[in-house]
Design a protein around this ligand. Structure first.
Ligand SMILES: [Zn+2]
Length: 472
């Protein structure tokens, strides 16, 4: 059975074949660290995480690189507007380096709570300026780029494939619909590789001038090249990255190396909130803390964001989050029943009883995931397995095999508590003991229990409705 993916570049579903058999080089466009990543951003990062996990399920060795954009991402995604990080720094009267450090840390924390596997590298743009300048220099030498007053622009008319990914045609871009007409550019769609601004707070000296900084697009080309090589297998991002960002990455990278940059381009669709676009004015650009403040677990958000196919519209509401938490309780319950039945408790007499239901669930799950990561159908395979278990008991052997299957499926989905029942009961017992100690004003003992749990990665949070706990 082969893994089929929708390639945004060819606009077709294609069988996935890595350049080097068994090894996958994947680049994900990561966060611009000027504010907290919102749940819409996380739809895209969770898609990349599920993709990586599925590739690993299939036996590939994945090398995943996700960049951290900490300079040069201007407000309009192209060549105009303020640098997002600097704008935030000016607004808060803080150092831009401090802003990017803070939000990078918060991004890592949120990602970990959402069970996103850490990428193998998280290169920061500001650490790769020499590499960017080397590519820019090469593009100027080869005639793909030109310098104007300390700035360097890519000449889109020199790259034949410009517009192939996004479907934009150069003639249409002349009109300046999504490109700013600036007189220093030869063609309105030319984009900046290197900018110059004496007032920019983060700046680098180069042969083009004393106060330059990179364009956002060249950053990803340089970091992908350095950490993954000239040709990569998969490049992902959100649908808003297609143009101009990815279109420009292709033009720069391929003009520089003379080779095909990425074999497969995959893009996640925007998340809708309350049935529409997320917006600051509506106050619904939610972040993970908003979810936790409602008492929901991060895994409920993870489920809410991956329960639909990544290329389909997906809506988020607080009701959907509540339903997600309930759905996960159902899957936890499935795992619990399988654990018991595997030990012969409440199992059918025939040890292999229910084998058909398991085979069906496994086949459906794998077929779904192989079909361009159809997570919606993959989850329904698990819910159907639960229905089968509720309807008639499984034999102990089948239950053990089913538990292995659920564990493997959860290695991809990462939302179910497969093996944690005993542990949970133990945590609850110690929390109750701590409550008892506190009621008796035995603070030393209460603190000792809290520290003991913390050492095991269990964080206690006192709330109005009692103590809640989570795993770090
Ligand atoms: Zn990028």
């Amino acid at each position: 059975m082969s893994f089929v993916v929708y390639n945004s570049y060819s606009k077709k579903k294609e069988t996935f074949e890595p350049i080097e058999p068994g090894k996958v080089r994947m680049y994900n466009c990561g966060p611009t660290v000027y504010n907290r990543a919102h749940i819409g951003n996380f739809r895209s990062y969770l898609f990349a995480d599920v993709l990586r996990r599925w590739l690993e399920y299939l036996g590939h060795e994945v090398r995943q690189v996700m960049n951290i954009t900490d300079v040069g991402h201007l407000q309009d995604d192209a060549d105009d507007g303020l640098d997002k990080i600097e704008e935030q720094a000016r607004r808060e009267k803080r150092d831009p380096w401090e802003i990017s450090r803070e939000f990078t840390e918060l991004f890592f924390r949120d990602a970990e709570e959402l069970s996103i596997l850490p990428a193998h590298e998280y290169p920061r743009a500001t650490d790769h300026v020499p590499e960017m300048l080397a590519i820019i220099e090469d593009l100027v030498q080869k005639g793909f780029a030109y310098e104007v007053d300390g700035e360097v622009y890519f000449d889109v008319t020199r790259f034949e494939g410009y517009g192939r990914l996004s479907g934009n045609r150069l003639e249409d871009l002349e009109a300046g619909a999504r490109v700013e007409v600036r007189e220093e550019k030869r063609h309105p769609a030319d984009f900046a590789l290197w900018k110059s601004d004496p007032h920019h707070m983060m700046k680098w000296e180069s042969r083009f001038g004393p106060h330059g900084f990179p364009g956002w697009h060249i950053e990803c080309s340089a970091m992908a090249l350095k950490h993954l090589g000239e040709e990569i297998d998969i490049h992902t991002g959100g649908e808003d990255n297609v143009f101009p960002h990815h279109e420009s990455e292709i033009a720069q990278s391929e003009s520089h190396t003379g080779r095909r940059f990425a074999r497969y381009w995959m893009h996640a669709r925007f998340l809708q909130v309350d049935g529409g676009k997320m917006s600051k004015s509506l106050g619904n650009t939610y972040v993970l803390d908003d979810v936790k403040a409602r008492g929901a677990e991060p895994r409920a958000l993870r489920f809410a964001l991956i329960r639909g196919h990544y290329r389909q519209p997906l809506n988020f509401t607080w009701e959907i989050l509540d339903e997600s938490a309930k759905a996960l309780e159902g899957l936890d319950d499935l795992a619990r029943r399988l654990r018991l039945a595997a030990q012969g408790r409440n199992a059918a007499d025939d040890p292999s009883g229910g084998a058909d239901a398991l085979a069906e669930a496994r086949a459906k799950f794998e077929t779904a995931m192989n079909d361009d990561l159809n997570t919606a159908m993959a989850f329904s395979a698990l819910f159907e397995l639960r229905s089968a278990v509720l309807e008639s008991r499984l034999g102990a052997e089948t239950a053990a095999a089913a538990l292995d299957f659920v564990r493997a499926a959860n290695g991809v989905l990462a939302v179910i508590r497969v093996d944690e029942e005993e542990l949970d009961a133990d945590v609850e017992r110690r929390i109750a003991a701590r409550e008892e100690a506190r009621a008796g004003k035995n603070w030393a003992e209460a603190d000792r229990l809290r520290d003991e749990l913390l050492a095991e990665g269990i964080v206690l949070e006192d709330s109005a409705s009692g103590v809640i706990w989570r795993r770090k």
